[in-house]
Ligand binder design. Sequence first.
Ligand code: FPP
Length: 247
Amino acid sequence: MTEDSRDTLLPLPEHVAIIMDGNGRWAKSQGLERVDGHRVGAGSVRAVLEESRRLGIRYVTLYAFSTENWKRPEEEVVALMSLFIKHLEQELPLFLENDIRLRAIGDLERLPSEVRISLQDKIERTKHCESLDLLLAVSYGSRNELTRAFRSLSKRIEQGKLSASELTEEMITDSLDTAGIPDPDLLIRTSSEFRISNFLLWQLAYSEIVVTDVHWPDFREEELNNCIDRYRRRKRRFGGLEEVEHV
Ligand code: FPP
């Protein structure tokens, strides 16, 4: 359903997932290096979190680094890893002031130990927060996440703790890195690309997708609100005939 003029709007999305794209293109358009795009993009992360908290959005998932991003030149990977550490150190007060709990999803074993340690430290120090959950997808790929989930379920079958015929969708959902988190209502992708890029393939089954032409470093409060307005003018039927607000 396209966005239209409606009398009734959907409620605010409970869970917003974002593919933060266009840092490189933004940097090029400014005559800067790609890494400068990532640095300015970190400012957008802060702006989006503050605005999400102000609006009352309960879950925000940010695609910060994919399993495919390991193929980028070493120099860019190293710059991104140190940016993650710096950003996490710098933003801890913001997390605590805004009651934001950090959680990480992805193949975390692949991360350099300093990144893992910094992440674990912030996860531990924000675990009491409960107004907004920030899920940082780092070294994340949905196929990798599903493979890990299927391996752990297969192990239970091999051990005789579960039979194949008893396997349910809920068991798969509960074996993912996002266990316990409701599926995203809204997926935003910046920078005009119409792709899912191996992000939350299972969880996005009925999410509304909004693509904006704004590059991530320029994505601030105003554009987040524009995307949410576009979402709220949609109709959601989840495959049925009746319009519903949530599954
Ligand atoms: C995609 O743009 C962006 C990334 C691969 C990295 C995202 C990282 C940040 C926004 C940095 C800050 C994040 C945190 C959590 C501190 P691209 O490089 O693929 O852009 P392009 O498609 O224009 O080349």
